[in-house]
Design a protein around this ligand. Structure first.
Ligand code: C5P
Length: 303
C-alpha cells in the first residue's frame, strides 16, 4: 500500500511533462596524473553508468519550485545551492542572454543515491536537469555550448550528461567513448559516511601517478585489476570503514573490488546478476545500517 507521501510522489512522476533518470556514475578506475595551475587535478578515469539512480520529474508551472523525496532526501536542502537549482538557473541565464524563453518549471527530485558518495549523485542530477529542461524549453543550444554549461556546474557533470561508458581525461570533461566496455554486474556498498571531494584530493600524497595508458581493443576485464583508484588511499585514511567495506564485498566472492570517485562507495564486480543480488542480500544482513545495492551497468556498445 502506498503511504500518503509516496502517493504524492507517484503523482509527481505520472503527471510530469518530462521524467529523467540520473544514473549512478561508477569510476571503474581513476588515476590522478597531474594538477592544473588552478588546483584541479588531471585524471584518467574509466567511467560507466548503473541501471539505478535518482529520478527527476519536470513540468511547466506558474512559478519555479523544487521538491525532494526518496530515501536520501533528508541529507539535502532544496535551496539555491543545490546543483538542481544551479543547473536550472545556469541554463535559464544562458537562454535569456541569447533571447530565448525559459519559463517557470516545477522540478521534483527523488533522491535514491547516497549523498556525497563518489557515484555522481549531484552531478548526475544536474546533468538530468539540463537534459530535461532542454526538452521542456525546446532550447536552441549547441552540444558544445551545453557541454560548457555542464562543466561550469562541476567536473563530473559533462560525463554524466554524456551518460555512456568513457575514458575521461582532463579534469573529467575530455571524454573518449569506450564501445568495448562490457556491461558488468556490480554490488555498490557505502558505509553512509559522506565524503568531501576537495578534502580527498587535498590529502593525495602523490599528484602524478602512472596513466592508464593504451586502452584500445578488448580484454577489459583482464585490464581492470591492473588499474587503480588513486583516491582510495586518502579516502580510506579519512574513512576507515572503506577498508572494512571493501573486504566485506571481496569476501562475498567479488572478482574485483574498488572505490568509486572520491568515495566512500565501493563496488564489487560479480560473475552474474544473480551472484550480485545474493551478495547484496548477505551484505545487508551483515551490515544492516550500510547501503548495499546490486546493479548492472550499461554496455559501451552502441544500441
Ligand atoms: O568540479 P567539482 O565542483 O565537482 O569539484 C569539486 C572539487 O573537487 C574541486 O573544487 C576540486 O577541489 C576537486 N577536484 C579536483 N580535480 C578534479 C575534480 C575535482 O581537484 N578533476
Amino acid at each position: 500500500m502506498l503511504t500518503r507521501a509516496a502517493t504524492h510522489e507517484a503523482d509527481e512522476f505520472s503527471r510530469a511533462a518530462v521524467v529523467e533518470l540520473a544514473p549512478a556514475k561508477i569510476n571503474l578506475a581513476l588515476h590522478v596524473v597531474g594538477q592544473r595551475p588552478d588546483g584541479y587535478h588531471l585524471l584518467e578515469s574509466v567511467v560507466t553508468f548503473a541501471d539505478i539512480g535518482d529520478r527527476l520529474a519536470l513540468s511547466p508551472s506558474a512559478e519555479d519550485s523544487f521538491g525532494l523525496s526518496g530515501p536520501f532526501s533528508a541529507s539535502l536542502r532544496a535551496d539555491a545551492g543545490n546543483l538542481v537549482v544551479r543547473a536550472r538557473e545556469m541554463l535559464r541565464s544562458w537562454l535569456q542572454e541569447h533571447g530565448q524563453d525559459a519559463p517557470p518549471v516545477a522540478i521534483h527530485l527523488e533522491k535514491n543515491l547516497p549523498v556525497a558518495s563518489g557515484i555522481g549523485g549531484g552531478s548526475a542530477d544536474a546533468a538530468a536537469v539540463l537534459k530535461g529542461l532542454a526538452q521542456l524549453w525546446d532550447d536552441k543550444i549547441t552540444d558544445r555550448e551545453m557541454a560548457a554549461l555542464a562543466l561550469a556546474l562541476g567536473a563530473d557533470v559533462p560525463m554524466c550528461f554524456a551518460g555512456i561508458p568513457s575514458l575521461a581525461r582532463g579534469i573529467g570533461e575530455d571524454l573518449l567513448p569506450l564501445p568495448d566496455l562490457p556491461s558488468l554486474h556490480l554490488v555498490l556498498g557505502n558505509p553512509l559516511r559522506s565524503v568531501s571531494t576537495p578534502e580527498i584530493f587535498a590529502r593525495l600524497a602523490c599528484k602524478q601517478n602512472p596513466p592508464i595508458g593504451n586502452i584500445s581493443g578488448d580484454g577489459w576485464i583482464s585490464l581492470l585489476p591492473h588499474l587503480r583508484n588513486d583516491l582510495q588511499a586518502p579516502a580510506s585514511a579519512l574513512v576507515p570503514e572503506i577498508g572494512d567495506l571493501s573486504e566485506l564485498i571481496a569476501g562475498e566472492g567479488a572478482l574485483l573490488t574498488r572505490m568509486s570517485g572520491s568515495g566512500a562507495t565501493c563496488f564489487g564486480i560479480f560473475s552474474s546478476r544473480g551472484a550480485a543480488d545474493e551478495a547484496a542480500e548477505r551484505l545487508r544482513a551483515l551490515r544492516p545500517n550500510w547501503y548495499f545495492q546490486p546493479t548492472t551497468t550499461i554496455s559501451g556498445a552502441p544500441a
